[in-house]
Design a protein around this ligand. Structure first.
Ligand SMILES: [Zn+2]
Length: 202
């Protein structure tokens, strides 16, 4: 299933039908009830578009509804819910019953959902989340390693910027009692986009 259809199903939205047939530029699906794309001048996500001629009714709903880019949300076939940053940790540790999709954002303005269109998740231990235009691969096993370490570093009052970059200042290294094992891990994990999300969500 495509994301736009999952959203409409969860929210019980019956989008208005258009009368142009073709393939949808957002999801790639064929529809007889599409619209001729009327992309606004502030649209910048051209590189993520599919080959197509129309916008299908479901994607048309998503494109015209601002909340999909101006908020973070989680959707499954049973529920659509906006989320706050403080809720992200629990959500990643306990994602909904599949199928589901999770969208996060730092900018609150990018049409990041376009990239998630065919990235509906069917596995609660390995799945994708969208963050602005990035797709981040989440593995539960990895989360269970990253989260306690990020928490420890933040507890020790190490600046988030350093935790994120993996480059700890001499002062921060002192704060972790020059623990080489921790230093090495932080340096290594900092290359993983999921680590960045873990730091951001704390
Ligand atoms: Zn579509």
């Amino acid at each position: 299933m495509m994301l736009s259809k999952l959203i409409c199903t969860a929210r019980k939205i019956e989008p208005e039908m258009g009368d142009t047939a073709g393939n949808c530029i957002f999801c790639g699906e064929y529809s007889e009830n599409g619209y001729i794309p009327g992309l606004k001048t502030n649209f910048t996500a051209y590189e993520w578009l599919q080959d197509g001629e129309i916008v299908c009714p479901y994607c048309n709903h998503m494109y015209n509804e601002q909340e999909y880019r101006k908020s973070m949300w989680v959707v499954s076939d049973k529920e659509y819910k906006k989320i706050k940053r403080e809720e992200v940790k629990d959500l990643l540790l306990n994602p909904p019953e599949p199928p589901f999709a999770i969208y996060l954002t730092r900018t609150y303005k990018k049409q990041g959902w376009i990239r998630m269109m065919n990235k509906i998740n069917y596995d609660q231990s390995e799945f994708f989340v969208g963050m602005d235009y990035d797709l981040i691969f989440v593995k539960s096993i990895q989360l269970n390693v990253y989260i306690p370490l990020v928490e420890l570093l933040i507890e020790r009052k190490i600046p988030k910027k350093e935790v994120q970059s993996g480059r700890l200042s001499p002062k921060s290294i002192e704060k972790i009692e020059m623990n080489i094992d921790v230093m090495k891990k932080v340096e290594k994990y900092a290359n993983d986009p999921l680590w960045e999300v873990c730091v951001w969500m704390m």
